[in-house]
Design a protein around this ligand. Sequence first.
Ligand code: ADP
Length: 227
Amino acid sequence: MEKMLNIVLFGPPGAGKGTQSENLINKYGLVHLSTGDILRTEIARGTDLGRKAKEIMERGELVGDDIVIGMIESKLDENTGAKGFIFDGFPRTAAQAVALDDLLQKKGTGISGMLALEVDDEELVKRLLIRGEASGRPDDRNEGIIRRRIEEYNNKTLPLKNYYSEQGKFHSINGIGSIDEIFRLLVDRIIFLNAEMDLTALETDLEHLDLTIQDFDVADEIAPELL
Ligand code: ADP
């Protein structure tokens, strides 16, 4: 199996996931899967799904798990040759995290790591209101809706920290600083993740080698000092 770099970019609304995703896809040639972007495209196209999602998003609440899991599944199927993926804004609930693991496992791969951008609530509100003025995104223009999104994040999404910690995959990144500084912190972590994956692959190769030696019963012919 080809080694894939699959990163969950994690963090509250306004943490800088979109900005840093762009930097990371440019550097590593990964496919960017942002459920927020996919949903906004559906809204712009006026599809059934888009109509359903629009109201929920404008309230600052989460769209149903089945809908977003289905969207991710079809994007994974569309990009079979990818070197890896950046998941941005997904998973956002425990059910989504479990579904993502299942989908990747079926493809013989998995999550390399979760990189979590940590930014305090007041800084988030400030950033999102500024973004709303520039972009006109309706959910960024109202402080009440912004706070509702942060609340949804704290209640439903933040617990995923534990899910990935338990798998030894959680990495905290300070999300306050310049875009370049934060990008450097992310790249340092990815160097570490790549090294970790190389090591695991090497261990697997060594295990195979061990088996081959036993299978062919050639152990006797190998110099004893090598065993
Ligand atoms: P942000 O993280 O800045 O709030 P996103 O673009 O990721 O922005 O998401 C915007 C909105 O889209 C969310 O508030 C939510 O309503 C919906 N959404 C995006 N991703 C998901 C998801 N994985 N599960 C449920 N709802 C989602």
